[in-house]
Design a protein around this ligand. Structure first.
Ligand code: GLN
Length: 477
């Protein structure tokens, strides 16, 4: 048997029921590893003390209900620091909320608790989920376990490291423009951004409300599916959640039609990443799937639209953090001083940059030129994809143009933003998307994981899981 903390959720659930290990032993294996490695990796901003009641309750449920107990019963999970867990700090890796304690559970947390899951700790991230590396965390970056000179990706970088380094069996992250899928690709694990509205955002600290979704980071496609099935569902606490089958059901056939927009893959991608992607496609074709050349001409504008809409929503969402109600507060001579001092010192550089950008694109005189045009792009992209989905079951890209980069390499914000080119469209359109390991590329003698990215029609997560399993069978995971 693998080390307890190195098991998948599915393996651990089986081992717990077969009494090959106890809930306590599984917890100890993860938490001991987390304590041993967190100094180096900075995956967790806080590792929680043991909750004996929760462990005991989960063990009892497995003992009495056996196979009927939920698969997540007794499974140690990590939570991104922007997801509320009652009584615990949720800081969104910001000085602004460093001492903020959640007064209620996020809906996803409630669902995980109901399933008997236990929580190892809260994971590091880019401040308020803005970034692609965790370098924007107010508490120092997390480190990629494959190469400690390199970023783990972001913004859910801490969650990705927790899973990749086996400090927890799986984790939740949030994805506004790629923040689950990109760190999953950089650390060699699976990351799913569900359909917008499939998972409740109640209790998620909002970044871009029309783009944000909570989703799983996991060691396997099966584990991602287990977590997704547990956290999904309409929620009275989030009016943007959608009922089951709002969109037509998509059948999963044995031979999946995979759309490949080759015209978008000609430049701006590292040659070996493109080669790994092409090799995967060939193997999928050999396994009986059908590759279809598609054109997505408007996708070239997705990144520009994203970097207008997302800061616009950030600027409004973060307006409430003014040094008056809660969070970091600094007092000056006047009320205006209070605002300026609190927000200047409480927020990091990237957060301030995006608040300024967002305020600008929403201001009268510019809102038509920027925000409204970017917003109109969302419908254009949706239409372009729905045409493609008449011919294909999913669209494939590499998740990122390059493997994990070295700390400091993308200190120019524009170069950082460019890395999001393949992931933002799923958020702008609300479509579900998954990143699955597709092998490795070599940088300075170190082998670094890279990911393949698949997008499916709304509520067709089933197709993503099917493709994910097909990719896993090929054996890159
Ligand atoms: N990297 C993107 C950004 O910086 C995505 C962030 C996210 O998905 N939360 O906005």
């Amino acid at each position: 048997m693998a080390k307890l903390n190195e098991m998948t959720i599915a393996e651990a659930a089986r081992a717990l029921r077969a009494r090959e290990c106890s809930v306590r032993e599984l917890w100890d294996a993860c938490v001991n590893e987390a304590h041993a490695r967190n100094k180096e990796l900075n995956a967790f901003l806080e590792i929680f003390d043991v909750d004996d009641g929760a462990l005991h309750g989960a063990q009892k449920r497995i003992d009495t209900e056996g196979a009927k107990a939920p698969l997540l019963c007794g499974i140690p999970l990590a939570l991104k620091d922007n997801i509320l867990l009652e009584g615990k700090v949720a800081s969104a890796a910001s000085k602004m909320l460093e001492h903020y304690r959640a007064t209620y559970d996020a809906t996803v947390v409630k669902k995980l608790k109901d399933a008997g899951a236990v929580f190892v700790g809260r994971t590091n991230m880019d401040e308020f989920a803005m970034g692609s590396s965790t370098e924007n965390s107010a508490f120092g970056p997390s480190v990629n376990p494959h190469d400690t000179e390199r970023v783990p990706g972001g913004s859910s970088g801490g969650s990705a490291v927790a899973v990749a380094a086996h400090l927890a069996l799986a984790a939740l992250g949030s994805d506004t423009g790629g923040s689950i899928r990109q760190p999953a690709a950089y650390t060699g694990i699976v990351g799913l951004k569900p359909t917008y509205g499939a998972v409740s955002r109640s209790g998620l600290i909002a970044m871009g409300s029309s783009l944000d979704q909570i989703g799983p980071l996991a060691a396997s496609v099966e584990d991602a599916r287990i977590l997704y099935e547990t956290i999904r569902g309409e929620d009275i606490m989030d009016s943007t959640t959608i009922p089951d089958n709002l969109y037509p059901m998509r059948a999963v056939s044995k031979s999946l039609r995979i759309g490949v927009p080759r015209h978008l893959l000609e430049e701006g991608i590292d040659a070996d990443v493109r080669a790994a992607f092409n090799a995967l496609l060939e193997e999928l074709a050999r396994a009986g799937h059908v590759l279809v050349d598609i054109k997505l001409p408007m996708s070239a504008h997705a990144l520009a639209a994203y970097y207008i809409i997302m800061p616009a929503e950030v600027s409004t969402n973060l307006a409430r953090l003014d040094g008056i109600r809660y969070g970091f507060a600094e007092r000056g001579e006047t009320l205006l001083d209070d605002y300026v001092l609190s927000r200047t010192k409480g927020f990091g550089e990237e957060t301030r940059r995006r608040i300024l950008l967002g305020t600008f694109v929403l201001s009268s005189g510019y809102i038509d030129a920027y925000y409204h045009r970017a917003d109109a792009m969302r419908a254009v992209l949706r239409r372009e994809y729905s045409v493609a989905f008449e011919k294909v079951d999913a669209v494939a890209f590499p998740t990122t143009p390059s493997p994990a980069f070295v700390f400091g390499e993308k200190s120019d914000p524009l170069s950082m933003y460019l890395g999001d080119i393949f992931t933002v469209t799923a958020n702008l359109t609300g479509m579900p998307a998954i990143s699955i390991p597709m092998g490795h590329v070599d940088r300075a003698g170190i082998s670094l994981p890279v990911g393949a990215h698949f997008t499916a029609p709304h509520q067709a997560e089933n197709i993503l899981f099917a493709i994910g399993s097909a990719v896993e069978k090929i054996g890159h995971v």
